[in-house]
Design a protein around this ligand. Structure first.
Ligand SMILES: [Zn+2]
Length: 403
């Protein structure tokens, strides 16, 4: 969102500057800016103390907003092994309306996040969310999301250390976040994307053992399973379940203020052309989010003080053929979705007829939720999604119904 926020509750200084069309500032405003810049906590009026960025790789907005695609619920285009697999998927995911289908696919997303948070990317209702890197594949996408701008120098998914500093590393360098950041990803390349060596926070990535010597029997077991499981998929992609359970252990031990949980079976099964497993992976991701949300709400220091940001690194092509792929040449794979749920985000549900949002806005949004002004130090960074930071408007057209 590019519009300056207008309620003054959660604005970064940069937003105040943009709000003045003359380019000059009243003296009192300038004084305030000096004070605010000197003490970021002064303009951090929000309640968010912890942010979880949860991603599932290459999940199309088509599935998120309309559920199982009727063009793919068949053996010819959906890659189902046999008629029984088709019947199982239809029973699990097919419903008569798009609203029922999406709720069957992602029940937590549509019962809680879309009610209590905000969702962007429903193009049919005038809300677009896109990658702006032009590549529509993973390393450029995660870089854009975590750094805040697209880097045209990133041309491949090669596991090389990112020259850019992510918002995770930027936050971790601050005393208030030191030792309280971690990234748990199914993909080995995430170590490069967040530049784990330089960043200094723990990173789980692919089939490597956990980033610490096991600290409890559950982590010992997870390491044993990682070592002993047949790597039937890609060599650099561990199954999502390992990441989820490892992240839960990390949560209990580290008590992170910022955590990336990055899943990728939605992309893997898409490339395999197995639509039934892609749907299963999307539903499992939704359930991971639900369990994590319920876990943090059960902890006194996290309840009411934690925001979840959900998104994906790219979309995919359209049914009935190109859904298996994504990239610069695949039309539609630039389309993504984004959702935010937390104490500082007004419950406006699915956003309609709003300005387009980009993947690059995620980095500054994470920082702003935590009361930190990322864009001020990184002029190239896209601005935060102001509307997920603003206090609820009692009379605006988007005001949520009382509940
Ligand atoms: Zn992919």
């Amino acid at each position: 969102m590019n519009s300056p926020c207008d309620d003054g509750k959660k604005c970064a200084p940069a937003d105040f500057r943009r709000a003045d069309p003359s380019g000059r500032l009243p003296r009192w405003t300038a004084l305030c800016l000096v004070l605010l810049a000197a003490s970021p906590a002064l303009w951090s009026a929000g309640r968010t103390r912890h942010v979880f960025l949860l991603t599932t790789d290459g999940l199309r907005p088509e599935e998120v907003f309309t559920g199982a695609d009727p063009a793919l619920l068949n053996r010819e285009h959906g890659g189902f092994k046999d008629d029984r697999a088709v019947a199982r998927a239809r029973e699990t995911y097919w419903r008569d309306t798009p609203e029922e289908r999406r709720a069957a696919l992602m029940p937590f997303f549509w019962s809680v996040i879309a009610r209590d948070g905000q969702v962007f990317g429903d193009a049919a209702r005038g809300s677009t969310a896109r990658v702006s890197n032009g590549k529509n594949f993973s390393y450029p996408g995660y870089n854009e999301m975590l750094v805040g701008w697209p880097d045209p120098g990133i041309m491949s998914n090669a596991e090389v250390p990112n020259r850019n500093v992510t918002v995770l590393e930027w936050l971790h360098a601050k005393p208030a976040f030191r030792g309280r950041v971690s990234a748990y990803s199914a993909w080995s390349v995430m170590r490069g994307i967040v530049n784990a060596e330089r960043a200094g926070f723990p990173v789980m990535a692919g089939w490597r053992p956990l980033p610490f010597p096991p600290r409890n029997p559950r982590e010992e077991l997870l390491n044993a399973l990682i070592a002993d499981t047949t790597r039937a998929g890609h060599a650099n992609e561990v199954w999502d379940s390992f990441v989820f359970h490892a992240a839960i252990e990390q949560f209990h031990v580290q008590r992170p203020r910022v955590m990336l949980g990055s899943f990728l079976e939605t992309d893997y099964w898409g490339h395999q052309g197995r639509y039934d497993f892609l749907l299963d992976a999307a539903r499992r991701f939704d359930d991971y989010v639900r369990r994590l949300w319920e876990l943090v709400q059960s902890q006194p220091d996290y309840a009411g003080a934690t925001t979840f940001v959900l998104t994906t690194d790219h979309g995919r092509g359209r049914a009935p053929v190109e859904w298996k792929a994504h990239g610069a040449a695949i039309s539609g794979s630039e389309n993504i979705w984004c959702a935010v749920l937390g104490p500082d985000t007004p419950a406006r549900g699915v956003r309609t007829n709003v300005a387009p949002v980009t993947q690059a806005q995620v980095a500054a949004t994470i920082a702003a939720l935590l009361g930190e002004d990322y864009a001020a130090e990184h002029p190239r960074a896209a601005p935060p999604l102001a509307e997920v930071l603003a206090a609820p408007s009692a009379s605006g057209p988007d005001a949520p119904p009382p509940r």
